[in-house]
Design a protein around this ligand. Sequence first.
Ligand SMILES: NC(=O)c1ccc[n+]([C@@H]2O[C@H](COP(=O)([O-])OP(=O)(O)OC[C@H]3O[C@@H](n4cnc5c(N)ncnc54)[C@H](OP(=O)(O)O)[C@@H]3O)[C@@H](O)[C@H]2O)c1
Length: 387
Amino acid sequence: MQSISILGSTGSVGKSTLDVIARHPERYQVAALTAHSNHALLLEQCQKYTPKLAVMVSESAAEKLQHSLQELGLSHIQVNSGVDALTQAATLGDSVMSAIVGAAGLVPTLDAVKAGKRVMIANKEPLVMTGGLFMAEAKKSGATVLPIDSEHNAIFQCMPFDQSKQGVRKLHLTASGGPFLGRKWNDLSGITPEQACAHPNWSMGQKISVDSATMMNKGLELIEATALFDIAAESVDVIVHPQSIIHSMVEYTDGSFLAQLGSPDMRIPIAHALSWPERINSGAKTLDITEIARLDFQKPDMQNMPCLALARWAATEGGALPIALNASNEVAVSAFLSQAIGFTDIPLVIERTMNEVVGQDTTDLVSILNIDNESRALAQAAIDSLR
Ligand SMILES: NC(=O)c1ccc[n+]([C@@H]2O[C@H](COP(=O)([O-])OP(=O)(O)OC[C@H]3O[C@@H](n4cnc5c(N)ncnc54)[C@H](OP(=O)(O)O)[C@@H]3O)[C@@H](O)[C@H]2O)c1
């Protein structure tokens, strides 16, 4: 029996994780669940999965949750609040699903890694921010890091079994191209948050949906791949593949390409990571390859994908740039979702932040968080100047 803590259980990945867990009660039990403020859904999840610990970052939401649990006779479920309690949840189970959105997941995910847990990483932003530092901590503690992002999970499955990179020439990250594939970037200034969040193949949280529409998601994934697989950015290609059936590929020196295929359903990489190195039923629809019949591929049109171009710059340059890119993107996406800036303003805010960031030291967590803070302030100033 494996006990699992889920950071961000009320989100899209968190809910899919619980769906897979519910299919295998003989293998998995829930140690801890966390959310930011959605106490109603966390209450439902506590009733169904009876974790030892439930954490809400919002204090008032935690009070409501505790009160409801008491009324239901479930006061044996401990309720804690605040960001520090996330670390308590992250270090409680045998395995941790890291599914908080954005930089907020950095500290608890890193704490799980330092505690030597089996850590399943959906939350890509911490890897983008810390790069090699994150994987070095995993090596030190003996933590097992398993990728959940469908592309990185696909690459993990196609790498040599010992993950040695022996004979690997290149990684090919596939991208659906998002809802605006084929459109000119300059024609997208009037795009609304609803339009940006309507992804053709995947159902996801708001932030990653906007990132997919700007192609920043692929840019973050490019940087994530360099950190996870310890490979240079030049050896990671992006290919547009609108059907989202091939989730990524590994190219070998002998000319072989290994690919992982499947329905676009996050329960597949989640089930893979939960059961690795075994296999379990994920609940996803079986792929009927004859029904799909054709798969298309094209080179990304970088002229019309400015966020991907900025991410490639950050991935190649390294240092403070990936941190500045990630932080300013979070600030810009949030401003776009609240309609403070337009869709095409997002890369303008990011580029200005990347050009102006001065912090350089990325050798430890405190320095990384300082650059993150500096970048958020620069991004906010850029947004203010656009209004
Ligand atoms: N969705 C996908 O298919 C998918 C695929 C690959 C990778 N990912 C990555 O997985 C991560 C989660 O994505 P998602 O789509 O599942 O996001 P989501 O649906 O927006 O869910 C985010 C979760 O994090 C919690 N949360 C939000 N802000 C927080 C904060 N400041 N502190 C602590 N918890 C916070 C939310 O709680 P509340 O509900 O209370 O707000 C919710 O449980 C992202 O990094 C994304 O890039 C997602």
